[in-house]
Design a protein around this ligand. Structure first.
Ligand code: TXA
Ligand code: MG
Length: 324
């Protein structure tokens, strides 16, 4: 099968994408975090096709994307804390895990049978235009095959999943470059970060008016059901806290001390710039065929927390093919 066409986000391309969603097909949409592979979240058959295309374990629930807080109210139950976070952070790179609304329309398969639901209102104008044109919740996991690097360019989406898609909406390279922060706001429980991202714990705690519990910095455990310990992985193995590259390695540097000619996430040492470039540079280094990518230390501040979370998972032992 040939790969799906990549469309600039014209009105007609957005209308075609919305029509494809209505027909139960899979498309790719840009967001400000990473590209998503999208389908109608109310259509269980479409969701089953999406899981199959990603090679994703069915127990791993999907995020439902909606255009606004008003539409999110139809799908999830917001307490006072969740409302404060949504009002301040949406549209933007925050996903809220909430009790599911009994009258919600998102198919049970998309929630993997849980009685909670993950909701996000993306800020990217193309995602906004598509969600408004479609007028329903859209399930959109990152547009990579399960366990691999999330795509930050439409050509990377085509490489990952092109065969399974009707079309790919191009929206340029995302502003953030790492997946959204996921926060659980569930009854009788403290607020908890399930996946670090652009909104950090101090910012979220200030907005919510109570502490938002952070993930421990050495944690590769599975808090969100889909956060498998090995995840976000290139083909090459990944070695962390490297000072230099050995013979069989290529270097992914950070900061002013990187040797000339080596790949650098941010010569100025800016974690926001590094986050935006991380997946693209990992893909480029992977394409050299090197056995190992040696990554220099990244400070655990700002978006460094989320970068280090993804790098720990990229470096974690990989499941052996054919074993559970
Ligand atoms: O930035 C993003 O969030 C991107 C863009 C495309 O929006 N999407 C994304 O989706 O990263 P995905 O499916 O790759 O990651 C969703 C994560 C998974 O780790 C999943 O386990 C978790 O959200 N999740 C979904 N529903 C959940 C729930 N009810 N409880 C806990 N975790 C949940
Ligand atoms: Mg993903």
């Amino acid at each position: 099968m040939s790969s799906a066409p990549i469309h600039p986000p014209s009105d007609s391309a957005i209308a075609a994408a919305a029509a494809a969603l209505r027909a139960g097909e899979l498309i790719a949409m840009p967001t400000e975090t990473v590209y998503g592979v999208a389908c109608d979240a109310t259509n269980a058959e479409a969701i089953a096709r999406l899981y199959a295309a990603k090679g994703r374990p069915h127990f791993n629930p999907l995020i439902a994307h909606v255009p606004s807080l008003a539409s999110a109210h139809h799908e999830g139950v917001f307490d006072r804390r969740a409302l404060a976070l949504a009002e301040q952070c949406w549209p933007g790179p925050l996903t809220l895990v909430l009790p599911v609304q009994r009258a919600g329309r998102v198919a049970e398969l998309a929630r993997a049978g849980l009685d909670s639901i993950a909701l996000r209102v993306p800020a990217h104008p193309v995602a906004q235009a598509l969600l408004n044109a479609f007028e329903g919740p859209v399930a959109a996991p990152s547009a990579n095959r399960s366990g691999r690097l999330s795509p930050t360019r439409s050509v990377d989406v085509a490489t990952e999943l092109g065969d399974a898609l009707t079309l790919i909406l191009d929206g340029g390279e995302p502003r953030v470059g790492l997946e959204s922060t996921i926060v659980a706001a569930l009854p009788d429980a403290p607020l908890r970060i399930l996946r670090p991202g652009a909104f950090d714990a101090p910012t979220l705690s200030a907005i919510a008016g109570e502490p938002v519990h952070e993930q421990a910095s050495d944690d590769t455990s599975i808090v969100a059901p889909g956060q498998l310990s090995s995840h976000y992985a290139p083909n090459a193995s990944v070695r962390l806290n490297a000072t230099h590259a050995e013979d069989s390695e290529v270097l992914l540097g950070f900061g002013p001390d990187v040797p000339p000619g080596a790949t650098n996430l941010s010569p100025g040492g800016d974690t926001t710039e590094a986050a935006a470039k991380l997946y693209r540079l990992l893909r480029e280094l992977d394409a050299t065929g090197a056995q190992t990518i040696a990554v220099m230390p990244i400070p655990n501040e700002g978006l460094g927390v989320a970068i280090n979370d993804r790098l720990r998972r990229a470096a974690a032992p990989r499941p052996v093919e054919g074993e559970p």
